[in-house]
Design a protein around this ligand. Sequence first.
Ligand SMILES: Cc1cc2nc3c(=O)[nH]c(=O)nc-3n(C[C@H](O)[C@H](O)[C@H](O)COP(=O)(O)O)c2cc1C
Length: 354
Amino acid sequence: MTPALFTPITLRDLTLPNRLWVAPMCQYSAVDGCVGTWHVMHHGAFASGGAGLIFAEATGVVPEGRISVGCPGMWSDATAASWRPVVDFVHALGGHIGIQLSHAGRKGSRRLDWVGGHAEPEEGGWQIVGPSDNAYTGYPTARALTVAEIEALVGHFADAARRAVAVGFDAIELHAAHGYLLHQFLSPLVNERTDEYGGSFDNRVRFPLAVIRAVRAAIPTGMPLIVRLSATDWADGGWDLEQSIEFAKRMKEAGVDLVDVSTAGVVHEQQVQVGPGYQVPFATAIREGAGIPVSAVGLITEAEQANAIVEEGRADVVEVARAALRNPRWPFVVAEQLGHRPDLPPQLNRARRV
Ligand SMILES: Cc1cc2nc3c(=O)[nH]c(=O)nc-3n(C[C@H](O)[C@H](O)[C@H](O)COP(=O)(O)O)c2cc1C
């Protein structure tokens, strides 16, 4: 019998061969927002290794929406065109690829990850923005976005989604997790606005929901729309599971097909309880509370562990990041360990155990 992890899943018109996906991972290797050979290698390795869907990393919808000076973009014809070799290569290998559209907000303008720190203007950095004029620990103070800028950003997200569709991506994910701009609006610990975008739950979800609706309207009806959410801030008075479930219900109504459930990232003072599969219970609660498909991610590192999550209905999909970074063909290894033989490029036939 096919292990649950390796059964297909259909979201709108997209049928994916299995439920073991690669989570988005910043590579800090883009130049002026354009991806290159590194990204072809990075995603090509995943596509040849049996992942059901690969997410491309957080990609800025505007230049100042990038996390770092080395993060890619989708804000222009040139940045969009740079993705085409990546997408074409993944498809040539029989894989599927989604893109994570993002705005880093007050956690932007970083140097490359291995350099660290805030990038000054002469290093390609920029004035960071956010819902309010406050700072993430160790970052400069953000400038609060005006209402006109918020409304314009809704359009920038939709334009980026249109470009991603034109380049050939199979799915769109919006980054509303890890303390980046959409999450900054959701969290009462960051959003101190007193206008229609801050204060009550309805006001804090207004901008993220506007982005979701605009992106949904900009992409084909048959294309899945996924949202990555931090289900809790792990901090008193912050965004929490109860709000996540209510937000997931509204996202479902707005045409979101799957919630990619992560946690944390919005305040430095968070108290995360880390352990194997530590975010899975949040995914399960959102799946049950909002009646929407979910993916689970975070310290899922063993074949049996990953398969059990899907088999027991705790999540519809499992995503892995670091396990796939260490071994891009990890899904193939997992399949073998579960006694399953997925289709792979013929170049890899000899890697099979006999
Ligand atoms: C190198 C690296 C880069 C990451 N970049 C992103 C990103 O661009 N967007 C995102 O939502 N999460 C990002 N993450 C978080 C992962 O997608 C994932 O949620 C997290 O690593 C937990 O999964 P894991 O235990 O399987 O690594 C990144 C993680 C790593 C290790």
